[in-house]
Design a protein. Sequence first.
Length: 172
Amino acid sequence: MHLVVDDMLLRERRVWTAWFDEVVDLEAAGEWAALAQGELDLVVDTARITVRGELYAQVPRACDRCLGHFLQPVETRLSEVCLIGDEGSAEAAWDEDDEIWLVSQGGRVSLTEMARQALLLALPSRAVCGDDCRALIVPADQEPVKPARDPRWAKLAELFERGEDDNGSPEA
């Protein structure tokens, strides 16, 4: 979804709501995409375009535990400002130094790119399919394996098992 800057500046109404419902290519290679939906509020004045709203998507992921595929629900807030200037590119470009979008007066603003970046930032760093992950299920004929204790933590484990409470005072 693109906004043409000149068209937006010519409209009488400066504030409106747009429904975003688009497949977002998360990888820019066409192999990892998600349908993103949400309501975006657009505010336009002569110097900038402000885009705010909430997006929701079901992002295909591979579980880090069992390597199974699942859909990760992602909700995120989008809040972006795009400065309109005389110079700049025809397509809105991200300025890393100022952390803002820049676009020329005759250019276009890509809401899809803004949505892509917001969704990627909202994804959890660990993909886990859920509490019922197959990697956590122990077959009925096997005993659960207890992890080996690190000997450096032995004294702390003893205190924890005895249920002693440390009141913070120095030992006598």
